[in-house]
Design a protein around this ligand. Structure first.
Ligand code: PMV
Length: 357
């Protein structure tokens, strides 16, 4: 139990509390892959917070006549009751309840939706857990003396208990999670904003190529587990921390060449871990590789600093500064869209995190 995030004395209320928060997805540049209980990372990671791939969540907190043992909730997602979401949410509430014990006195009616295409293969666990945690902390602030200075951090902390990478979606333009020598106040428990970055990175663009819109074959939960007995695990964790130290300097300097080098290496090293797990697996598709080759050829030919990263799936994130948007969009339309399912991609840009809507 982390005392820093325990809740203070609460007032009990007979009123229904209602709030709505939206939270964006994020894309890691140095990847988190491997964890220990409860959702603590084996290495530090850093991500761009996105802005238009968001989950919008509203919660009604309805007082109960008598407290219950576990958190009572209903979940409607995009207009339908989602029984399949219950196990993940039940596990989340069981984990976070010690930090908000008052929740047993309420029933939570959760209504949620994503702004990005349904079944797009874009993971929504980060944005959905961050949006839900924002609602929970909003409620806590309403019925207790929650210190304002800890509010964002508590949202990050709670969302981490639902989905590790969610803790990096709270603020922007970049957040780091995991204890790291070179990042003041960094912690395994919650993410912190990284502010010492050149302006070129403050409106960086991310176009997500929807190479495969289906469910992935291997979940990230299983992927993380396979790092436990992985022959290269320790080297990987050390290397990620080293990449992060290097990237911090690159971000300060606005060094695009250095950025591309670290970001692409990280994406390929993440997938190399998957390919060398036991059992081994591959999440990239033929068109993932074609997109990567095409991005490399375009960069070589034009000198335009466009690069790629991958999360735990086949989709490709195309990253580029906003001043080359027109040229890169034309390239994407011509060369990369044909590699996507139904020619679909999602244009996004770096953003500032959660907000009320
Ligand atoms: O937060 P999880 O358990 O879905 O894991 C996320 C893992 C990666 O997306 C592959 C990397 C990352 O740091 O976001």
């Amino acid at each position: 139990m982390n005392q820093r995030f325990s809740s203070k004395k609460t007032i009990s209320t007979k009123d229904v509390f209602h709030c709505r928060w939206q939270a964006p997805s994020n894309i890691a540049l140095v990847k988190y892959w491997g964890k220990t209980e409860p959702q603590l990372p084996k290495n530090a990671s850093i991500s761009f917070t996105l802005s238009s791939t968001v989950t919008q969540t509203e919660v009604r907190f309805i007082p109960l006549a008598a407290p219950t043992e576990t958190v009572q909730f209903s979940i409607i997602f995009e207009g339908e009751e989602k029984l399949s979401f219950r196990p993940k949410l039940e596990a989340f509430f069981a984990r976070m309840l010690p930090y908000q014990p008052f929740l047993t006195q309420y029933k939570l009616e959760i209504v949620s939706q994503n702004t990005f295409p349904h079944s797009s293969g874009i993971a929504s666990s980060a944005s959905s857990m961050a949006a839900l945690a924002a609602c929970l902390v909003d409620f806590e602030a309403n019925i207790s003396e929650l210190d304002d200075s800890i509010r964002q951090e508590k949202i990050s902390f709670l969302s981490r208990l639902g989905s590790g990478s969610a803790c990096r979606s709270i603020q922007g333009p970049m957040m780091a999670w995991g204890t790291h020598n070179e990042i003041a106040d960094s912690s395994d428990e919650a993410a912190v904003p990284v502010t010492e970055i050149d302006s070129v990175f403050k409106d960086y663009c991310d176009t997500i190529l929807l190479i495969d819109k289906g469910e992935k074959q291997v979940s990230s939960t299983l992927g993380h587990q396979l790092m436990h007995n992985h022959p290269y695990a320790q080297q990987r964790f050390d290397q990620a921390n080293k990449h992060l130290a290097e990237l911090l300097e690159v971000l300060k300097q606005g060094d695009l060449e250095g950025f591309i080098n670290i970001v692409e290496k990280e994406a390929l090293h993440l997938h190399a871990m998957m390919m060398t797990s036991d059992p081994y697996f591959i999440l990239m598709h033929a068109n993932t590789l074609k997109a990567i080759e095409s991005i490399w050829a375009f960069r070589k030919k034009t000198g335009i600093p466009v690069c790629f990263t991958l999360d735990a799936g086949a989709n490709v994130h195309v990253l580029y500064p906003s001043n080359v948007l027109t040229q890169v969009k034309a390239f994407i339309d011509e060369a990369l869209r044909p590699l996507c399912q139904e020619q679909q991609c999602v244009h996004d840009i770096v953003g500032m995190g959660i907000k009320k809507y």
